[in-house]
Design a protein around this ligand. Structure first.
Ligand code: FAD
Ligand code: NAP
Length: 337
């Protein structure tokens, strides 16, 4: 039975621990409960906001309307060809627990994506990625519910238009669907992706390179560099790495010979946003109750401030990068302001 609360605090439900309330709030454990919540919102003319683990959100105001927390559980194996392991995952499953569970079952492919916070249902929203692997590399399909009609839709990889930290759900379909389940195409045979420099050098010291030891190594590197949101609230990388033209990089490199950039298959160049921020002297900077992390300049942290304070700091950081490098940083998490 769907239970709708009023004026629910979201502070413990977002990893930046920003103070904000939901006007109306509910958990949904099934597609039917979600459809009931959508009908309630339609009847009461409430806007809908979908909430997963709250690890990629900046809540700079109270959320009007109905916030729906997706709590749809379940992980099961479907038919697959030969070594293929097609795994159906409920959108409410914790992503890292899914990675660990898959490794335990001998379903491989998620190793590099270990320890990413949040729920499985949010993974397609920005095509989560780390250490050279993106969700799209293991994605088969998803099931989503239209937030206006309640209709259920199946979408293939090409329907999702995955890009670099991007998908159709951040563009044309923004706020139009709730993802309720994913099907991942994993493998019964390890095919380790060790090309990412930091991972490659770390696994060289391992006695045995297995999917589990690679995942453990990813966790170890992440724990050594990234603040744990439970200890120091944050939303991971606050800015996307900007994609710019090769001409722009050549021009910048004349003035900044140490500029860090990575060539992309489409001929563009990816600048390391963390490096740009570090070069502008922001690492470890504290501004009131918010700041830039001491070890990782791409991560903004909250010492007890508000979303508005955090966005003001983000604006100052982006302005300084733009003044020096002529590149505007784009915020990666979803901003509610
Ligand atoms: P939320 O923050 O709850 O939601 C994010 C957005 O997705 C919102 O717009 C929300 O409305 C929408 N949404 C959520 N669930 C659904 C759904 N079921 N259907 C439709 N819309 C939905 N990201 C990476 O890509 N790579 C990383 O390596 C990485 N590392 C991180 C490390 C730290 C310490 C932190 C705090 C964050 C990191 N992130 C990383 C960002 C974040 O963890 C991911 O983007 C994650 O997928 C967000 O999941 P979530 O459930 O918390 O989403
Ligand atoms: P890092 O290894 O210090 O590298 C810094 C940046 O350089 C990364 O953003 C990465 O881009 C880029 N990079 C490094 N080597 C690359 C290569 N060979 N080819 C292309 N790009 C390369 O990064 P980190 O901060 O410790 O993070 C490690 C991984 O975890 C990265 O993949 C990062 O994206 C991911 N991560 C993401 C978040 C988030 O919230 N989105 C938070 C923490 C970590 P990419 O980011 O494109 O990989």
């Amino acid at each position: 039975m769907l239970k709708i609360e009023q004026n629910q605090s979201l502070q413990s439900l977002n990893t930046l621990a920003l103070p904000a309330n939901a006007e109306y709030f509910c958990h949904v454990h099934s597609i039917e409960e979600l459809q009931e919540a959508i009908a309630y919102a339609r009847e009461h003319k409430l806007a809908i906001t979908v909430l997963g683990g709250g690890s990629n959100m900046v809540l700079a105001k109270n959320i009007a309307g109905l916030v729906i927390h997706i709590a749809i559980a379940g992980v099961s194996l479907s038919e697959g060809k030969a070594d293929e392991r097609l795994v159906d995952v409920g959108a409410g499953e914790n992503w890292h627990q899914l990675v660990e569970h898959s490794l335990g079952q001998g379903w491989f492919g998620l190793e590099n994506l270990a320890l990413i916070p949040g729920l499985a249902g949010a993974a397609p929203i920005q095509n989560i990625g780390a250490y050279g692997v993106e969700l799209k590399n293991v994605f088969a399909s998803l099931q989503a519910v239209n937030l206006h009609s309640g209709e259920v839709l199946n979408m293939s990889e090409s329907d999702c238009e995955f890009g670099y930290r991007d998908s159709i759900f951040k563009q044309q379909y923004k706020d139009q669907f709730a993802i309720v389940g994913l099907q991942l195409r994993l493998s019964g045979v390890a095919n380790l992706q060790l090309g990412y420099p930091a991972l490659k050098s770390a696994v060289e010291n391992l006695d045995e390179i297995t999917p589990q030891s690679v995942a453990d190594t990813v966790c170890r590197i992440r724990r050594s560099k990234l603040p744990d949101p439970a200890v120091l609230p944050n939303a991971g990388s606050f800015f996307k790495n900007p994609l710019v033209s090769a001409e722009k990089v050549a021009q910048l490199r004349q003035k900044f010979p140490n500029l860090v950039s990575y060539s992309q298959v489409d001929g563009t160049e990816k600048l390391a946003a963390g490096w740009l921020i570090d070069q502008c002297g922001w690492k470890g900077h504290r501004q009131g109750n918010v700041g830039v992390h001491e070890q990782q300049a791409l991560v903004l942290v909250n010492y007890g401030g508000t979303g508005s304070e955090l966005l003001a700091l983000a604006g100052d950081v982006a302005d300084s990068i733009e003044n020096r490098y002529g590149v505007r940083l784009e915020i990666e998490p979803r901003v509610y302001s």
